[in-house]
Design a protein. Structure first.
Ligand code: FES
Ligand code: FES
Length: 161
């Protein structure tokens, strides 16, 4: 099949490319956009390491073809920090509450949690656990991650974000 011209807005910047129809969004971001913060773990929708936000919704970019994102607005982990590199509330909370060890899973968690808190700014503890259930971490035992999400939500609710 012939390559397809696409334009995807990634972190506010239009990215044009001619891509094979079966190129995944994850590979498009990593290889064509050089945004390697989006990690690939399982490559079949289980681990959440490849999570990015597409038109406001967290998706697993290993399960989406780049052509499906034609015309969409995509935010990767690289797009979450402020213009001077200031950490976002969620990133800062992960740092402060030891929500990471090796860091492999971290971009996926940070992206998913950011989308989750935008949709549900005042989550219960149960909702946080449910929201985290789609991302896997082999290192932390999750306690630091859970604390980080609680702290980020509380900070946002207190108007400090
Ligand atoms: S790499 Fe996409 S869900 Fe694991
Ligand atoms: S910090 Fe290592 S996999 Fe999560």
């Amino acid at each position: 099949m012939a390559d397809v011209d696409i334009v995807v807005r990634v972190n506010g910047q239009a990215r044009r490319a001619k891509v094979p129809p079966r190129l995944t969004l994850a590979d498009f971001l990593r290889e064509k956009c050089r945004l390697t913060g989006t990690h690939l773990g399982c490559e079949h929708g289980v681990c959440g390491a490849c999570s990015v936000v597409v038109d406001g919704e967290a998706v697993r970019s290993c399960l989406v073809f780049a052509v499906q994102a034609d015309g969409a607005e995509v935010t990767t982990v690289e797009g979450l920090a402020g213009p001077e590199g200031e950490l976002s509330v969620v990133q800062e909370a992960f740092r402060e509450h030891h929500g990471l060890q090796c860091g492999f899973c971290t971009p996926g968690f940070v992206v998913s949690v950011t989308a989750f808190l935008e949709e549900n700014p005042k989550p219960t503890d149960e909702e946080i656990l449910e929201a985290l259930s789609g991302n896997l971490c082999r290192c932390t035992g999750y306690q630091g991650i859970i604390k980080a999400v609680r702290a980020a939500a509380d900070k946002a609710a207190a108007g400090e974000a």
